[in-house]
Design a binder for this molecule. Sequence first.
Ligand SMILES: Nc1ncnc2c1ncn2[C@@H]1O[C@H](COP(=O)(O)OP(=O)(O)OP(=O)(O)O)[C@@H](O)[C@H]1O
Ligand SMILES: [Mg+2]
Length: 421
Amino acid sequence: MDYNYSLIQSELRNKICHDCLNQELIGLQDEQEKLLQLLRLCTLFGESNSILIIGPPASGKTMLIRSAINKLRDTEDVADKYSQVNLNGLIQVDDKLALISIGEQLGVEDVRDRSIKSFGETFAYILESYKNGNPKKGSIIFILDVFDLFTRHRNQALLYNLFEVCQSAKVSVLVIGVTCRLDVLELLEKRVKSRFSHRQIYLLYAPSFDQYVAVFKSLLKIEGKGHKPSQTKSWNNHIEKLANDGSVNDILRRLFDYSKDLRLLKNLLVTPVCLIHESHPNIVPDDIIKSCKHIVKDYTVLLLQGVSVLELSLIIAMKHLSDKRRTTTFTFEMVYQEYMQFILYKSQLVEKFPKPVIFKAYERLIDMALIKPTNHPHKRLQKEYWQMSLLVQPTQIAEALQKYPNCPTSVMQWALNPIHS
Ligand SMILES: Nc1ncnc2c1ncn2[C@@H]1O[C@H](COP(=O)(O)OP(=O)(O)OP(=O)(O)O)[C@@H](O)[C@H]1O
Ligand SMILES: [Mg+2]
């Protein structure tokens, strides 16, 4: 099929790299309705309110707000009835910056030139200028992203004044705080907390696997603008087949089990989409598999690649111990004996270390959490006698050995063939 590849690629890139406004919100309909209700009350009936949206990173907080505002614009005639002020705790790090930004976003330009005596006075001036501005303006929606950082401002003046305005009838405002911190209310000063409405929306929703696959498909399918209908159909059929492919399905399942974060799913698709070209017209399962290897890293393997040869040898000794004795627990003495068998067998080829040095290496493995005590050891019991278990899988050891820089051949061979006494 004769596709316009650059058009397909730019359409898909837009979906993946920018938070697309038209993307469907999954599973947060009740939350959206709740927020929409407050938006309606504020913009249409002039009722002030405050609300906190709390959820882990990438749980859809920003998307929820955007979709609710879009729905408000689609369903009601509010275009000139409100203004939106976006603040971010990482950008407006103090009240002066916040005031300047609020002024600019509300069209009150002279805030920067005024001497700011107190937050309250300047904020009142901004609201007054806004209200009396020409043409007459309506309600204000304040969106405070990374809300928890605003609690660090001096006297929490910004939050105090915003919540205070919510309670007065000066201007109708809706304050939406967005945060990842569940304990955010504890961070508010008493006088600020008492002015907050205590409305909260918790986003603890996780998509099902079917929904996850549906998002995968919708991110890769094209809408049809600028393409012939036959091309759109053919491309979308190709994506449907890709999603049904066994290896792609395995990768999606693995990623889904690892994290249900849709941002990670989007990251998975960045490389395959960038590879679309006339010489590589379709997205193939191999593109997805390779991309997955890049984005999901096994940190235990990376950690093992950085340990010393002695520490790696001790890990191998522990692996052999658990294979031979069919036990998952061991003490330092057992590991030491297993390691010494290897040293005696290959005495010409490997560097020898005194026992205290070997013990130090063993302790480092505990510090790196590659091995851990099986139960809480008694305070007086020396570390040599602690019952330990290995937290590294045999496949992780094999992978680390392959990637280990300049691994001695004798250690490599020992890892594959244990020495039997
Ligand atoms: N319920 C959902 N439905 C559809 N897409 C979602 C949903 N939740 C998250 N996403 C997608 O996941 C990505 C991250 O979402 P969003 O930016 O809204 O997260 P966030 O909670 O604001 O994260 P952060 O705390 O990092 O700001 C977006 O690309 C969005 O499209
Ligand atoms: Mg966000």
